[in-house]
Write a protein that binds this ligand. Sequence first.
Ligand SMILES: [Zn+2]
Length: 123
Amino acid sequence: MAQHFLLAKAARTLSPAKVARLSDDAAWETFKAIRWEATEGQPFCPRCGCLKHSFIATRKLFKCAGCRHQYSVTSGTIFASRKLPIRDHLLAIAIFANGAKGHSALRLARDVRGEACTDDTLH
Ligand SMILES: [Zn+2]
């Protein structure tokens, strides 16, 4: 079984500081490299596994040449259909991948959304 993409080398070397400095395009490219690390960043269809695709640049969507399915960089991941910007997904990955003792879901949500913590016992 393939290693989960959140445990990929590219995810483990990602730091929150690095993510903060990325442009939107660089964040998207980084997410793509992490998500499809097994194929060296080459996207493949989450439905049929086909590597051939066309790219709809205006919507940042891939269109499978095999089954015509349209998919994004987050399709088929836990980040699919979320409205957060890609950089926020990357930040969550960086925090998760770097957390030696794990990270509570509540704290992760606060860190990614940038909300001030009002409960010191959770830190
Ligand atoms: Zn396909």
